[in-house]
Ligand binder design. Structure first.
Ligand code: NAD
Length: 384
């Protein structure tokens, strides 16, 4: 069986699916690993590092894709410069493991099914205790939450910590985190480490204790509807609840030096939490970092991939922040992927067992079919 690590061609993608350390572990298990030449370059892992770990370097990209029994990637397959779709390069009935964004881009699932690919989507790994080591959404969201605070601190024309100096006392920065999931909690922890006074808000009441345990104040809104969906994710809330939460958070946004928004609802446009009116109320020099920029933005003024200044407020809409820390992002992703692979490989051969709840949940296409109902629904919605 040939395991292959593809070089990412997406322009913003600096991560690589396996690092030399994880390659060495697979080789030790007697598995054959092929790495596309230059695959780890942008994450500072050289071809020599992979060779030393026991991988074979393949310069011909099309050969690597077409001969792989199990192909590993980070970003979803792309269209190449020569116009060829990477999916078309895959060997029929081979296995692909990658982020695939199947709810946001269900057409990719149809293309993979048409090609008879067994595709496992890292976004669909269940958020269960047994699947924790495979949870790439969490490992990458944590990096994004950390980096969001650093970006904000660099853009803020102020100190973060309280300082008492001979030249006077500096008040600590006020940071407001909206959405206290994995990224939000890491953002709270990072802002606290830098000495800021931190408040956080989420529609899931269960996160209150986690927020408080990190030393932040929880801004609570009592809604008369269920806000938690299956798997512990947030639900999309009613217009009335949206209005109530916006009224509640407005004063916190206004009084903050930094607002970091991380709110998401899987498969939906990101909820709009910060309106233009709220931004207009913020002090000039304040900073917003919108981690939901790629999903439409939590802030009305966000432009994905851009830093803009609006009424004196800097609004940053980063794309693929984990990729800006490619060394550790790749290390963590590689661990997530290899943990998943351990469920798929028995006696050095691929065995896809749908009785395993993790494999069942993560496998989006198999045998020419899309297996996930939500992806099927999303595809139908696109077709209409
Ligand atoms: P996410 O990225 O889907 O969303 C980020 C946060 O935004 C969430 O906390 C969500 O509640 C919040 N949000 C959504 N709509 C909002 C709104 N209108 N206003 C304010 N906040 C809003 O979330 P995530 O970080 O991927 O975590 C999703 C869930 O999975 C959480 O319950 C988390 O604890 C759980 N989880 C469990 C495990 C595990 O058990 N192994 C691992 C990771 C995450």
């Amino acid at each position: 069986m040939k395991i292959a690590v593809a070089k990412e061609i997406e322009i913003c993608e600096r991560r690589v699916a396996l690092i030399p350390e994880t390659v060495a572990k697979l080789v030790k298990q007697g598995l054959e690993v092929f790495v596309e030449a230059g695959a780890g370059e942008k994450a500072f892992f050289t071809d020599t590092d992979y060779e030393t770990a026991g991988a074979k370097i393949i310069s011909d990209s099309a050969q690597l894709w077409s001969e792989a029994d199990l192909l590993l990637k980070v970003s979803p397959p792309q269209i190449r410069e020569d116009g060829r779709a990477e999916i078309e390069l895959l060997k029929p009935e081979s296995v692909l493991i990658s982020f695939l964004n199947p709810l946001g881009n269900p057409v990719i699932a149809q293309q993979l099914a048409n090609r008879q690919i067994t595709a496992l989507s890292m976004e669909l790994i269940p958020r269960t205790t047994r699947a924790q080591s495979m949870d790439a959404l969490s490992s990458q969201a944590s990096l994004a939450g950390y980096k969001a605070v650093l970006i904000a601190s660099a853009a803020l024309p102020k100190y973060f910590p309280m300082l008492t100096t001979a030249a006077g006392t500096i008040a600590p920065a006020k940071v407001f985190i909206m959405g206290a999931g994995v990224a939000g909690l890491q953002a709270i922890a990072t802002a606290r480490r830098l000495g800021a006074v931190v408040e956080a808000f989420d529609i899931r009441p269960a996160v209150k204790e986690e927020v408080q345990s990190l030393g932040a104040k929880f801004v609570e809104v009592k809604l008369e509807e269920e806000t938690v969906a299956a798997g512990g994710y947030a639900k999309e809330i009613s217009e009335d609840s949206k209005k109530r939460t916006q009224e509640l958070v407005a004063s916190h946004v206004k009084n903050s030096d930094i607002v970091i928004t991380t709110a998401q609802v899987p498969g939906r446009q990101a909820p709009r939490l910060v309106t233009e009116e709220m931004v207009a109320q913020m002090k000039p020099g304040s900073v917003i970092v919108d981690l939901a920029a790629e999903q439409g933005g939590n802030c009305a003024c966000t432009e994905a991939g851009k830093d803009i200044v609006w009424n004196g407020v800097t609004i940053i809409g980063p794309i693929n922040l984990p990729s800006s820390m490619p060394v550790h992002a790749s290390q963590l992703y590689a661990k997530n992927v290899t943990s998943l692979m351990q469920l798929l490989i028995k006696d050095k051969t691929l065995q896809i067992n749908f009785n395993d709840d993790i494999v069942d949940a993560a496998c989006v296409t198999h045998g020419g079919e899309i297996r996930n109902q939500r992806v099927k629904d999303a595809l139908q919605a696109v077709a209409v």
